[in-house]
Design a protein around this ligand. Sequence first.
Ligand code: SAM
Length: 364
Amino acid sequence: MPGSRAETPAGRGARPGHGPAGATRLIALAIPGLAASLAAELRSTAGVAVTDTGSDGRSDVVLCTADGSALRRVLASRLAEDIFVEVGRTLRSEGDRASWIAGRLWRPERARRALTARARLTGAASERATFRVIARVLQERSFLRTELRRQLTEVIQRQQPAWRCADPADIEVWVVEYQPGRIIAGLRVSDRRMRQRGGRDIERSGALRPTVAAAMVRLAGQPDGALLDPCCGSGTILVAAAEAGWRAEGIDIDPDAVRIARANAPGLAVRAGDVRRLALADSAVHACVSNLPFGRQYAVQQDMPRWLGAALAELARVTSPGGRVVLLAPAIPADSVPGTLALTDRIPIRLLGTSATIWGYDRR
Ligand SMILES: C[S@@+](CC[C@H](N)C(=O)[O-])C[C@H]1O[C@@H](n2cnc3c(N)ncnc32)[C@H](O)[C@@H]1O
């Protein structure tokens, strides 16, 4: 079962390793709370070794190495929001001044190797490129983040005289403090398309980030028949489930959501219905994965505890014993959960400034 149980939480990973000799060092960013899930996804990718995890305060960070043939597989990650080829890393304890840190991060030989790897992955040349630096630090006692950005920009400009600063730029150099005192720099090799995963044909408010949908589908385990999203909205989870190999089915109480999900997930079975009274036989599906209405953007039809109790009873009924139920919701009180569901995962995440939790249950 892929999931959080055997995974390393962000910020408490193994000591940073360097991975096999000759492998390319990469940095992957995830939604806050999903470092362990992304690390598990990368670990299960042939030729990839995870070396450390952390958080830069805005994103979770996973460091890994990939051998030649695995590089492209990392770019195909479903949980990563961004990928970078590492240029350099350093510790504040080796000298905590922005200019010193910038000098230690960007060394000509390592930069050349990183640019070669970037060219292999993106096909983009770097001879007369524009560039910009993005800096994120965990504390600003010794220097401001903007000072580190300025210093690294100067170092790069000295070493790459043909490059020109611009925003947007051909080359983005990110420098992040991913654990207190540990700073790493990388060249971005992903773009907006990675987060959007091809995008939705029709947008609907409250739609889930595709990377979170993929993390939830992963928690449902190996594809095994039917997976139901009974509050499917615009169909993001259905698309992620179908990509993972499930036979995905969607239900939503709002006919407009049904229309939009059908457009976004063509060919999948989507119909109108109420999660509290599903027109499905007992044990009809192997997994239920859903981003429940939080009662803010999408109202529920009775008081939240009773609504949750009725919804979870139905999800337990239609999921076969041995199957999985995975839900995104701010809170699911234990007394709303039927005895046939055993809590196995509880992963707090931050989404656009709000807190929510991914709850995973085994159907007994
Ligand atoms: C947070 S949204 C889901 C968003 C979806 N994951 C997406 O990416 O677009 C919650 C959905 O639950 C639906 N909903 C609310 N009450 C429902 C009920 N009783 N049965 C089924 N769906 C319901 C809403 O119409 C809304 O589409």
